[in-house]
Design a protein around this ligand. Sequence first.
Ligand code: GLA
Length: 409
Amino acid sequence: MKNVLLFLTLFTLSAASFGQGNNYAQNYKKFEGLAQTPPMGWNSWNKFACNVDEKLIREIADAMVSSGMKDAGYTYINIDDCWHGDRDSLGFIHPDPRRFPSGMKALADYIHSKGLKMGIYSDAGSQTCGGRPGSRGYEFQDAQQYAKWGIDYLKYDWCNTEGLKAEGAYKTITAALRKAGRPVVLSICEWGNDKPWEWGPEVGHLWRTTGDIYNCFDCVKDHGTWKSFGVMQILDKQEGLRQYAGPGQWNDPDMLEVGNGMPVHEDRAHFSMWAMIAAPLIAGNDLRNMSKETLAILTHKEAIAINQDKLGIQGFRYAKKDSVETWLKPLDNGKWAVCFLNRSNTPQKVNFDWKNTPISDELSKRELNAAKTTYKIRDVWARKAQGNTKKAYAATVPRHDAILLVLSE
Ligand code: GLA
């Protein structure tokens, strides 16, 4: 009997050290339970590029609260590229002491004291896109440092990654974040090169589907060795990806350009479409200094509710006629969001005969059948009721603008 016990003890001990659950196992899976709806926040890149410092970030956090953006649901204050200073002799990263003299912990404490969360940026390669120190080879140290500072969100870029494979590189940073122990939203930023929608849902919470957005409605900006894309070009690149989106895992068509110079109607169309495709809503403008039109778009509760719907179903393009696209998004409680997007340069009439246009969405197994059910129609931007689906819906959509409706039973 004694021998049997001894054997069992030894067996259990060796199984514990060599089998599953040992100290050598790494966890390559993202933190669960985060980003159950598309993340909402602000990021420095679109407006400020490399001109970031602690004064700006504090003022943005203040403005996030005082403008009403926080109340509308925006939570993350994300510093993009160029915050970095040097690594110390042990390899730990520090912020640029001239730009962030009080350090990142003090900044995170400040942001947290406002009820907000803090995001930071790094890169899977040797250097970031802006030439600052990347995380390659320092992943676990960087994750430790971010956890010490109190970072809640990491955007992880893909410049200078020669010889690396995306899935493996992103798994390494995920394992590092898991080891550090502080729950972090991981934003995969490899521009859709290696189909991150296929492996990203396990590893991160959102993944860029395209190259960078450019602040125009309908153009491509050629920078020589790379290109960036207008709102319509980015939208077209989302084709075929909606089945990958859902609570905790989002296609990311890049950050918002609302308030960065496009006319109000184009900003409204941009925001409408980002709402329809369940995109992360990461504002990219100067929150300290917004027009009331910009603020009205960014904080429109009903438009945000479409984006934040708890089912997390990404909308789809249902029809396209004379440059007017009809987009649909199933919502909770049998509701539907409908968007008429006019991509042309002239106003366009729409006429939608609900009763004779039964719609069924294969992916979500949801139906919009106005012959069976009469829906009430709400015009979101106009904030008013527009009758019901017994009658065809007729309206004119101004150029480069969108009409956004919510149908409910
Ligand atoms: C890449 C990313 C951008 C931004 C810059 C920073 O281009 O796609 O979103 O983070 O790098 O250098």
